[in-house]
Design a protein around this ligand. Structure first.
Ligand code: BES
Ligand code: ZN
Ligand code: ZN
Length: 447
């Protein structure tokens, strides 16, 4: 064996300390490289990571931060093999560190003529199978969101889901005239798009699964959101290929539920449309009879997400499931309040909400509750129909959007609505992102 190969085989130790006190005496005076939430010392033989600086963080942020720490560490470690030889915490607390390390290698280079290659060290750990499962879903979600809308329309999202969800079967694929009568709001939003981008509703269920608990996952899949006739500004439109991020995340979550063999009956509903501008586009002031029979007046064609979700939520409600979860890049207002990294969530059941908050903390996958504040519901009133798809106030836009959706959830069915960015930007990566799916998986395992 050559010398080089010998080196490759050798595993170098990484020691992870959670406080200065834990550090061996001789290391206390060494000069560490400092990052915002940790310090690192790397030499020929080993790596020492000191998380003392993260001690001020709460449980959610500490667990979230471990992903970044894993990512940054991986970027400092090329080609060598590593194993963790000391950690001043429960082993399972380091899962996110390993996940971050694994996510570091992600690149979206499909459309780069020259592909950049960077080597990453491999880290051995007890969670390799789990990290691989999570990364598979993360990479799928990122790839799907990053694909531009000239390549990826409603049909291509459907095809990608079908290919990825090997353990699921397609039980519904509805488009054209059938869509217009069965899912009128999905049809209305998509009516302006050309034939190649025609709107689709589809449903996948897990094969041969019969569990006592039935849950629905519903994803907003707007392949591109121009705003419709209420057209967005140039800057407002620039990221709108990611408006199918809710659907992408639901597909990734459905895959995780089946990979983990969670004992639930899952139905995945995808509302796939392009919100485009043409002579066939739906108009502000149009009135449509929705799937559940209520009449909706269009106040703004840019509030399209809640329209397509409404019909899917009605459909899910008819089946009387134990839980409905929808995921959507629904409002700019939620982003103004929370920034890119923290999705907001709404829930009609307090115990369920507490459970989700707990799952978010444990997994380090941020989700933050906003209220279904019923006093704002009257903002959705309409002069000529039952209600409008936008509120009549400048304030609380994420809440009025959630209240609009809530009108379609049948009473007593537990429901979670997630308003997410599905996009991230840091020193290492900018692009589509999985959000909330580890927290939701943890919750679903418990129901
Ligand atoms: N897809 C957008 C929301 C969005 C914008 C999410 C930017 C993330 C980042 C959605 O369809 C939309 O346009 N919503 C409008 C609603 C308004 C017209 C009531 C919004 O938030 O401005
Ligand atoms: Zn919109
Ligand atoms: Zn949208």
């Amino acid at each position: 064996m050559t010398n080089k190969n010998n080196q490759k085989q050798k595993k170098k130790p990484i020691s992870i300390y959670f406080s200065d006190n834990q550090l061996p005496e001789k290391l206390k005076k060494s000069s560490f490289q400092t990052y915002s939430s940790f310090k690192i010392l790397k030499n020929e033989e080993r790596i020492i990571i000191n998380l003392e600086k993260s001690s001020r963080l709460n449980q959610l942020q500490k667990n979230f931060e471990l992903i970044s720490i894993g990512l940054i560490s991986a970027n400092l470690c090329d080609h060598d093999n590593y194993f963790v030889d000391f950690f001043g915490c429960k082993k399972s607390n380091l899962k996110n560190f390993f996940l971050g390390w694994n996510l570091a290698s992600y690149r979206f280079q499909k459309f780069k003529s020259k592909k950049k290659k960077k080597l990453y060290g491999k880290i051995y750990n007890d969670y390799e199978k789990e990290i691989k499962r999570l990364s598979d879903s993360y990479f799928f979600i990122r790839d799907l969101i990053n694909a531009p809308a000239n390549i990826l329309g409603p049909m291509e999202i459907f095809q990608a889901a079908r290919k990825f969800l090997k353990k699921f079967e397609l039980v519904n694929f509805i488009s054209g005239k059938k869509l217009e009568s069965m899912f009128p709001l999905i049809s209305a939003v998509g009516q302006g798009a050309d034939e190649r981008k025609k709107p689709i509703f589809c449903e996948f269920v897990m094969k041969k699964k019969k569990s006592k608990k039935k849950i629905f996952l519903i994803g907003k899949g707007v392949s591109f959101d121009t705003g419709g006739l209420n057209i967005k500004t140039g800057s407002g439109m620039s990221l709108m290929k990611k408006d199918m991020g809710g659907a992408a995340n639901c597909i990734g979550l459905a895959k995780l539920i089946s990979d983990y063999g969670v004992d639930v009956d899952v139905s995945l509903l995808l509302c796939l449309v392009e919100n485009s501008i043409s002579k066939k586009s739906f108009r502000p002031s149009d009135i449509f009879k929705s799937r559940n029979g209520s009449f909706v007046e269009i106040g703004d064609t840019d509030a399209e997400g809640r329209l397509i979700l409404a019909d899917a939520i009605s459909y899910a409600s008819e089946k009387k499931p134990d839980l409905i979860i929808d995921m959507a890049t629904l409002t700019g207002a939620s982003r103004v309040a929370m920034g890119l990294e923290v999705p907001s969530f709404f829930c009609n059941d307090d115990d369920l909400a507490m459970n989700l908050i707990d799952s978010s903390k444990i997994t380090g996958d941020p989700l933050w509750q906003l209220p279904l504040w019923y006093n704002y519901a009257n903002q959705l009133k309409s002069n000529h129909a039952d209600f409008r798809n936008i509120g009549n106030s400048m304030f609380g836009g994420a809440i009025t959007a959630a209240l609009f959706l809530e009108k379609f959830v049948q009473k007593d069915i537990p429901w979670i609505h997630i308003d997410l960015m599905a996009w991230t930007k840091n020193n290492y990566y900018e692009g589509g992102e999985a959000m909330g799916i580890r927290a939701l998986l943890n919750l679903i395992k418990k129901i």
